[in-house]
Design a protein around this ligand. Structure first.
Ligand code: ARG
Length: 449
């Protein structure tokens, strides 16, 4: 049964129904009922519904809430959307009184409300998951504050750093991902309920009181904005997408690091998969799918932006599909954080030492300390590198003579600078790749978390 049969002479065609009814919004049933509870209480307070009837409506809505939370709330094929289902069920329980539920309300402000309530719940949940992910990574970083690996630029070995430093880079990224959801939570603190179909109501409703009851900070200032805008949905998807994109970078590194060539990490058998054909294989599928699923989030963000583009005010049915994109993206991040965090919890890192070449900058900096301009020092070490390469030797094979041939200001003891562990030990700059820095970061991060 539709909410709008009055002016129609025939029932909706099956084709129309199948095309226009998208059951995704069933996921909003709890939000829809909570909004209805606040709405009914307000209608009673302002005298639009007698208090006795308000009590009956509230009791019915409490029954619905229990059904929804237990997963037993039943949707019928004839329910056009979640709002219709809730109203239909309230009428089943209360009879004609239920027909007052929709007083001074429209599905347009109702859906705007439901989606906001969903995003507040989801945002909080994603923040919790990002915190767990960060804590797992911090645990690994603490274990590897002294394990030396190459930091890469251009995917070429660049400088020696603790593995913990590399892992913590992702924790800082995750913290920003988390704070994006926090920022959004402020903007989500505006209730759209009371905007009605888009222009408000001639009835003396009090949107401020439903807003307060639902935990919003304030109420909308413009009813057309309240029902017609979906920028906050796009913003939630953007928060999800940037987090997914960040995780896809970690995922790619985990895939690389678990190759025979890198040999940095192994994952627990329970978090890897095998090959149906190749008996020796152990595949990091969670990481591969995490990398791949960032594509879906980017797709959802693009779709959500495009859905708004050029759309006239206020509500248009196009906006029904915001939920498709919102839920798809949000589910991707939820699943990815759960799976990646679990996989990381099973990780054992044992990376080989970096190539001695990563200490080249230390040699140049030794000259700088003796007053040599950096550019000159860079060239001197460049000459050394070039002559060693020409002879097929590594930097760790450089002799005192090689050094002094490259620049007279090298001292014999400088050969000892070609040591990847020492390179990390000598690192003193704030936030740089040193063991002390890893420990400082972990302390700071633990405070922030
Ligand atoms: N089901 C719609 C949505 O999800 C809400 C109803 C909007 N109003 C209407 N007259 N169809 O966006």
């Amino acid at each position: 049964m539709t909410l709008w049969g009055g002016r129609f002479e025939s029932d909706p065609d099956r084709i129309l129904w199948d095309y226009t009814v998208t059951p995704e919004d069933h996921r909003l049933v709890v939000d829809d009922i909570r909004g209805s509870l606040a709405h009914v209480a307000m209608l009673g307070d302002v005298g639009l519904i007698p208090l006795g009837e308000v009590g009956q409506l509230r009791d019915a809505l409490e029954v619905l809430l229990a059904e929804a939370e237990a997963g037993t709330f039943e949707f019928l094929d004839s329910d056009e959307d979640v709002h219709s289902a809730v109203e239909r069920r309230v009428i089943e329980l209360t009879g004609d009184i239920g027909r007052k539920l929709h007083t001074a309300r429209s599905r347009n402000d109702q859906i705007a409300l439901d989606v906001r309530l969903y995003m507040r719940r989801a945002g909080e949940e994603r923040r919790r998951q990002l915190t767990l992910f960060a804590e797992t990574m911090i645990g690994l970083a603490a274990e590897h504050a002294e394990t030396v690996v190459p930091a890469y630029t251009h995917l070429q070995q660049a400088q020696a750093v603790p593995l913990g430093h590399h892992l913590l880079a992702y924790v800082w990224m995750a913290l920003r991902d988390r704070s994006r959801f926090e920022d959004l939570a402020d903007r989500l603190g505006v209730s759209p309920l009371g905007a009605g179909a888009g222009g408000g109501s001639s009835l003396g409703i009090e949107p401020g009181s439903t807003a307060r009851a639902l935990g919003f900070d304030v109420v909308f200032a413009n009813s057309m904005d309240a029902v017609g805008s979906r920028d906050l949905v796009a913003e939630h998807i953007w928060c999800v997408t940037q987090a997914m994109v960040n995780l896809s970078r970690l995922a790619e590194e985990l895939v690389l690091w678990s190759t025979t060539e890198f040999g940095w990490v192994t994952f627990g058998d329970e978090f890897t998969t095998g090959s149906s054909a190749l008996p020796q294989k152990k595949n990091p599928d969670i990481a591969e799918l995490a990398r791949g699923r960032a594509a879906g989030a980017i797709g959802s963000l693009t779709a959500m932006l495009t859905l708004q583009k050029g759309l006239p005010l206020t509500y248009n049915r196009d906006l029904q599909d915001d939920k498709t994109h919102l839920f798809a993206a949000d589910d991707l991040l939820a699943g990815t954080l759960t799976a990646l965090t679990a996989m990381l919890g099973s990780a054992t890192f044992d990376p080989p030492a970096p190539s001695p070449w990563v200490t080249a900058l230390d040699l140049a900096e030794a000259l700088v300390e003796r007053g040599v301009p950096f550019r000159e020092a860079h060239h001197a070490v460049g000459r050394l590198v070039s002559s060693l390469l020409a002879e097929g030797r590594g930097l760790d094979e450089a002799t005192e003579q090689d050094l002094s041939a490259a620049d007279a200001r090298f001292e014999p003891s400088d050969v000892e600078l070609v040591d990847v562990v020492g390179s990390v030990r000598r690192r003193v700059s704030e936030g740089g790749g040193s063991t002390a820095s890893v420990h400082r970061q972990i302390e700071a991060l633990r405070r922030l978390l």
